[in-house]
Design a protein around this ligand. Structure first.
Ligand SMILES: Nc1ncnc2c1ncn2[C@@H]1O[C@H](COP(=O)(O)OP(=O)(O)OP(=O)(O)O)[C@@H](O)[C@H]1O
Ligand SMILES: [Mg+2]
Length: 324
């Protein structure tokens, strides 16, 4: 039985999940070398390939092939509603659905899709399709393939995070079960809304935990690099500094705004709970502020995995990719 490893290359951490027989067996996270990812993009594919190789070797992470998350800065992902059609017809039509987004020749891109829902008429005949479609430059895929080749790894799939998370949703989920996934990352907070395992929408707030570093640096008169290590270790309870509490409050209000907007657009479903993931989920006062502001139960995203792994809370995207 072959093993697949899912890779989620964040801006601060590399997350790896190993999957065998459709079950997550191991999750591992390693801090990335400083400056190796800027504005969501890998600065040097060669250096990242070497880092991945070394990390897997040093930590005895063994697998047969790999799947990777493509960052939102390098792929377009959108919901589409189209008339019912065959795979061949979709292949021809998808490039036109992205014409407002793509900048170069349409043939320079790869396109992919997942069917979220088939819409039937009164006679049960299929009349429409709800899709999640993605487009990425062929050169981007070649860069990623080259990076993994350098690490001695065969890259099987590259998918956007929205598709990876769907792989973690229960196939038997109640069609009205509405939930939200919040990723409190290093450079961004991202919200993903799902109804009955079907992706509905996403939203990104363009600041994450790194926004706390300047506040901690100023309050404690240290440089932001030191502040970052203080924050992760919660040195002298710096996560509870009033300056940090203000930032949590701003984050919670922004998240609340997105949640209100979603509820307004989807009045027929009840948002039942929020699954929280990303390293920011480990910052207790931030989590408490979110819970108090939103008044919705906040659950560990590890509930979506069937294992109790140390880094399960931050390895969700990598797990979803490996399950593709
Ligand atoms: N125990 C902890 N206490 C406080 N902060 C933590 C802890 N563990 C991780 N973090 C912080 O949480 C943030 C997000 O971590 P995560 O692993 O989600 O980053 P990432 O995936 O690289 O970021 P992004 O998805 O934004 O690119 C980082 O700033 C990290 O320093
Ligand atoms: Mg991340």
């Amino acid at each position: 039985m072959s093993k697949t490893a899912g890779f989620d290359i964040g801006s601060r951490f590399l997350h790896i999940a190993v999957v065998k027989k459709q079950g997550v067996k191991r999750i591992f996270s390693a801090p990335l070398p400083e400056g190796s990812v800027r504005e969501g993009r890998i600065v040097s594919y060669e250096a990242m390939g070497d880092f991945i190789k070394e990390t897997c070797k040093k930590n005895k992470i063994r697998f047969d092939d790999a799947a990777v998350i493509l960052p939102s800065s390098l792929c377009f992902c959108r919901r589409l509603s189209v008339p019912a059609m065959s795979h061949e017809q979709l292949t021809v039509n998808l490039p036109y659905e992205f014409r407002d987004f793509i900048t170069s020749e349409k043939d320079a891109y790869f396109y992919d899709y997942a069917v979220l829902r088939v819409i039937h008429d009164a006679n049960e005949e299929p009349v429409g399709l709800d899709l999640m479609a993605a487009a990425a430059l062929k050169s981007t895929i070649a860069d990623y393939r080259g990076m993994f080749r350098r690490a001695g790894i065969k890259l099987k799939t590259a998918i956007p995070i929205e598709m990876a998370y769907i792989n973690l949703m229960s196939k038997n989920d109640d069609p009205q079960h509405c939930h939200c996934l919040i990723d409190v990352g290093h450079t961004a907070i991202r919200l993903y809304m799902y109804i009955g395992g079907r992706f509905e929408s996403s939203h990104m707030l363009e600041y994450g935990c790194s926004a706390l570093d300047n506040a901690i640096a100023e309050a404690l008169h240290v440089d932001p690099f030191i502040a970052s290590s203080y924050r992760e270790a919660n040195h002298d309870d710096c996560q509870s500094l009033p300056e940090c509490m203000d930032i949590y409050q701003n984050m919670a209000v922004e998240v609340q705004r997105v949640v209100h907007f979603f509820r307004y657009n989807n009045p027929d479903v009840e948002l039942e709970h929020i699954h929280i993931t990303g390293g920011g989920a480990r910052i207790r006062p931030l989590r408490d502020t979110l819970e108090n502001t939103l008044s919705i139960p906040i659950l560990d995203a590890t509930e979506l995995l069937n294992i109790d792994a140390d880094d399960g809370d931050i390895g969700l995207g990598a797990s979803g990719a490996a399950l593709q």
